[in-house]
Structures are given as structure tokens and as C-alpha cells.
Design a protein around this ligand. Sequence first.
Ligand code: NGO
Length: 516
Amino acid sequence: MRALAFLLFAVTAVHAQPRTPALIPLPAEVEVRGGAPFMMAGTTPLVVDAGDAEAQRIAGVLAALVGNTVETTPPVVEAAPGGTPAVRLRIDAEAGHGAEGYALDVSAAGVELVASAPAGLFYGVQTLRQLLPARVEYEAALYAPLPIPSVRIADAPRYAWRGMMLDVARHFFGVADVERVIDLMALHKLNRLHLHLSDDQGWRIEIPSRPALARVGGRTEVGGGPGGYYTVEDVARIVRYAADRFVTVVPEIDLPGHTNAALVAIPELNCDGRARAPYTGTNVGFSTVCVEKEETWAFVEDVVASLAEQFPSDVIHLGGDEVEELTAEQYATFVTRAQAIVEAAGKRYAGWDDVAHAGLAPGALVQVWRAQRADVARQVEAAVADGAQVVLSPSDRIYIDMKYDESTVLGLTWAGVNGVRDAYDWDPGALLDVPEAAVLGVEAPLWAETISTIRDVEFLAFPRLAGVAEIGWTPQSARSWSGYRARLGAFGPRWTALGVNHFRSPEVDWSLGGVE
Ligand code: NGO
């Protein structure tokens, strides 16, 4: 019975096989050699160098994946008997693949994966994972062995910053949801999770020196739900979970606007000293901390110190968007002082592109969300000339909180509708008139006015987030909508196997994935 099932699968698999394997992001160089695949089994040894604990841990990721599907978990060993088909995973600092690159060689005789650093080895394992049949993602003993097509891959990312932002302020998402997001990011070689930890509707992180922020400011969310916040222990758990998957968690506290939740929790932050009423609507621009008061600066210092302590990220994001209640001068003074506080804490300052005209000191990171506005684009270019770098999040492309099209229920439309092709088919190197080195990377923000469950998160993120992962990773010259569209169509069964609630966009031919 089992043999028959395997035979049937093998036949459908041959017909459904696209020419380029369904890898997302597409590696920099892929050579499909044809010929017999490598057959991975529950007994296939995963061989690492003696004493290399990181290689051992990363090999364990592959072993666990395969072990989910077949009856036994492949052993991680330091030597395999001669002639045994094996998967070798090696970290060799001299191999020349950079911090995140790797080389992968698969033939019927064996698999060789080499990286120069642990992150590269992990990404090589994600590529192997995507080369394995989608059924490897099911948590059930199914069929073995698992064929891996015979390929040669040389790979490294285009950009260092390949991110997603999750707004946990408008609606709160618990630790398990964040871990799920991190898992799905890792599958697509994304490496920055930006958490938008405060806004008018909620304050989501415990700051031990200011307990009221989370305890009082964390009680609300859009629509009147219960809200919530991460304790110091929760943050530590998220940060560790992410680090194990080579994801850096970048914290954002939005200042001086988008601060109503803080103004509820700490009355002194208001110029009149009176606590504000909680807010659960979705307007923007109405709140600000009192920039003239020293209490406000003591608060900023405390918050930044705590973020610096809780997050290993070298970047702290202090928002800065949509402030309508301050004069231009008050705003600029605030941004200058905020940047200095972040830098005094040993971190790099980041803000939304609103901060670009505030006279930033060199070294700032500007997250560009309104590049479609010529005045904003020119301000950002001027900031770059003064020594800033940019992360690109153009709202008319990769704001993945926008609807896919008029028919999708979740999402906003203020920046338009962002279809799967819109989100994919643009070049980050051509968005602004800035030197290549000024672009640190790309990030897809997922604002949470309209979403409140992980199913909603997945629906808006997939497939668009996968496209952002490819924009951030793959050389522009290797990318095309038609090639991507075909790989995406074939990728569907993997998300289905993982239970990812992805949007079956009519822009994509999902039948390329075969029978799910
Ligand atoms: C804007 C605004 C956010 C909204 C989002 C919705 C920025 C940087 N500020 O983006 O407060 O949630 O749009 O798309």
C-alpha cells in the first residue's frame, strides 16, 4: 500500500515538476543538473565537523524536519561510514560565502552544504527544505524516502536587512503568534522582525522602571478588545526564539506622536498633567507627549535604556510618524534629542521618513514609507547625503496591510490596493536617487487596524511577504514576475502543509503545485 502510494506520488510529482525548483527566494545562482535525485531517508546521516556546535544545532533543524515526516530522525554525526549517501553540513570561515551565503551541491551520491558562517548554513538548510517535497512539512509519518533534485546552488543575499514589521499595538498578538511569524520568516530567509510596540491604542512592553505603561497602557486595543503586553520574560523568549532562526527583533516605541496609551498611563507626559482617556479608534495624528517638559525626557531615557537592555538589536526605532500637534521646530528638536539618547545607549537610531527633514545626525536609519510623494523622496535623499541609510517600505507596494484587491475583506486602502504583482514587481535600487550602499534593505509593514488573529496575519502576509523576501534576497537581474509567478504557483502546497492561511490570488496559477 505504502509502495503504491509512493509510486502514485512519484508520477504526479514528475508531471507537476516546474523547470526551476519552487524556491522562494530564488537563489543567486541555480543550476538544475537533471539526473537522479538524492534520496533522503530517516536513516541518512547528517555529517558535521567534529566539535562544531552551531553546525550540529543547524543540522538538528534539518533532522527534525525530516523526522516529522518519516519514521526515524536522521542522526547528526561527525563521521559516516565510507560510501553511505550522506548530507554534509560544514561551516568554513575561509569558504568565501559571506555572513549569510552558502554553496549547495546535490547529486544522487550525496549532499554538500558549505557556508562561511552559521546564518549561511541555516539558509542553506532552508533551501534544502524547499527542495524537499512539500509533504515534508506535515507533522505525520508519511512516505520515505524523500527525493531532493540534483542541483548546484551558489547563493548570498542582495540586502542585509530583509524584514517584516508586525503592529502589535492596534491589536495585540501573543508570544505564540510571534513565534509562528518568526518560523514563517525563517522559511523565506527573512532576518529582521520589527515590532511596533506602542501606539495610541496600546502599550505592549513591560518597562520595569515604568510599570504603569504596560499595566495601564496595555489594557486597550482597536475595537475595545482586552489588549495585552509582553513581560520582560516574554521578550526574552521571543528574542531567543528569533536568534535561533537568525532573526533580529527590532523594537519600536513610537514618539512623540502615536502616544495616547502612554498619555493614559503617565499623566505627567501631558502638558496639562492630566491623564488622557483611552482610545480604541483608528485615527492618527492627534497625540503627542509634551516635548517641553523634563519629565518627558526622563521617560524617553528610561524607555530607551530598557529597550537597549531587552533587545540585542543594534537598532532602536523611535517612530516619529504623523505628528500634527507640534510646530516644525518642536518636532525637529525632539528628533535631534531622541537620536542622541539612542546613540548614548550604544544603539543606532531609526525613524519613519517623517524624521528625514528634522536634521538628522549621520548614521540614522530612515524607514521610507511615502516614496511616492516627491517632497518626501527629496527629503530622504537629502538625509542620505547627510549620512543616513534607508530601509524601504513603500506603502503603495509592500504595505501588506493594504487589501490585495477590492474583493478582499481585510486590509486598508489609503495607499491603494497592493496585489501580489504590485508587491513583487519593483526594484529597490531604483526607488530613490541614492547610492546603492545607502539602501540597507526592504521591510514589509503589517499594520493591525483590521486584523486581530494569526489567521488574519497569515492572510495578508502570504503570498506578498514571500515576494518581499525575494526582493530583499535575489539579484535584480535574476528576478522576473513570470518566473516568480510560476514558482509561487508551485509553492502553494508547502504553505498548505504548514497550515498557512494564504490568499489564493487569481494573479497566480495555483494548479502548478499539483494536487494538494
Ligand atoms: C501609516 C501610519 C500608521 C498606520 C498605517 C496604516 C505609518 C508609518 N504611520 O504608516 O499609524 O497604521 O499607515 O497603513
